[in-house]
Design a protein around this ligand. Structure first.
Ligand code: SF4
Length: 291
């Protein structure tokens, strides 16, 4: 997406694309304009926008013109443009391409607020389980790896309790640069950075994504709710704005952020319930305790 896109417009475009993605529509083709009217052809379906908004079921084989505001039409192609890693089956290579595309990123304000380095993500490119946190802290900024401080130690222990190692999973954050003072990322920062995370998830094609904390959950699910409402169930998840013809998305679960668990250890039991739900989905058994 164009980096100087108006934030409100960026939000509108992202929401519109997410809406079409949820309907199973991923291909957008530009049509010639007649007069001032803007129209976009969406591969496979022919409905007017009003029909789509009404939630009517659509046949995937019809041809469709979806009318949308001209400004959105002009920018939706930035969102839906084929990504350079698309079609690259080697997941490590795809991640490398995404990292190169990110470059020495200055797309949001966090690039000039004291970051030492971009914290891209770490782990197995073929991971079945992928954890998403909020953003790097001081230790992560220093070492260039997510979840390496005290919270990271706790996350590592949580992963071990599931019968896995850090090397078997993938770990990333909503934003890749440290927010100053460990504050939560601003909405615009999350929306600017998260498309790269979405591409990472689509490249890795995990079976389950675990959102650690409310910021990660709300950004990935594009919904606002309390942790009590968000936890305890699986969501069907497909990364917004990314097309993966050979991957139909995955399950997403929400649990507490390890930093929160360090502040309130009484909630560890609740987090363990969330992880056990994930383990059942992945067919994992907790390792036997050694004496
Ligand atoms: S947080 Fe993300 S979008 Fe913002 S500067 Fe860092 S890498 Fe770029």
């Amino acid at each position: 997406m164009s980096s100087n896109l108006d934030p409100e417009l960026r939000r509108a475009v992202a929401e519109r694309v997410r809406y079409y993605n949820e309907l199973g529509i991923y291909d957008f083709y530009r049509r010639e304009r007649s007069g001032a009217a803007a129209s976009v052809t969406v591969a496979g379906v022919e409905v007017r926008d009003s029909q789509a908004e009404s939630g009517e079921e659509m046949s995937p084989r019809k041809v469709t013109a979806v009318a949308m505001p001209a400004a959105i039409e002009d920018n939706i192609f930035h969102v839906m443009a084929p990504k350079p890693e698309q079609g690259v089956s080697d997941r490590a290579k795809a991640l490398k391409i995404i990292r190169e595309d990110l470059g020495d990123c200055t797309r949001c304000a966090l690039h000039k607020q004291g970051r030492k380095q971009i914290v891209f993500g770490v782990g197995n490119p073929k991971a079945e389980l992928l954890f998403v946190g909020e953003g790097p802290g001081a230790d992560e900024d220093e070492q260039g790896e997510p979840f390496v401080g005290r919270s990271g130690q706790l996350l590592t222990n949580m992963i071990k309790a599931m019968g896995l190692s850090r090397e078997q999973v993938y770990i990333a954050n909503i934003v890749k640069c440290r927010p100053p003072g460990n504050r939560a990322p601003e909405r615009e920062e999350s929306e600017t950075c998260s498309p790269f995370l979405m591409r990472q998830i689509a490249a890795i094609k995990p079976k389950v994504v675990v959102a650690l904390g409310a910021v990660a959950a709300k950004t990935l699910l594009a919904m606002s709710a309390s942790m009590v409402q968000l936890r305890g169930r699986f969501y069907n998840f497909r990364p917004a704005g990314v097309r993966s013809p050979d991957w139909d998305g995955c399950k997403l679960a929400v649990t507490y952020h390890p930093a929160f668990l360090l502040r309130d250890p009484r909630q560890k039991g609740e987090a363990w319930k969330d992880l056990q739900m994930v383990m059942r989905e992945l067919g994992l058994k907790a390792p036997k305790a050694t004496t």
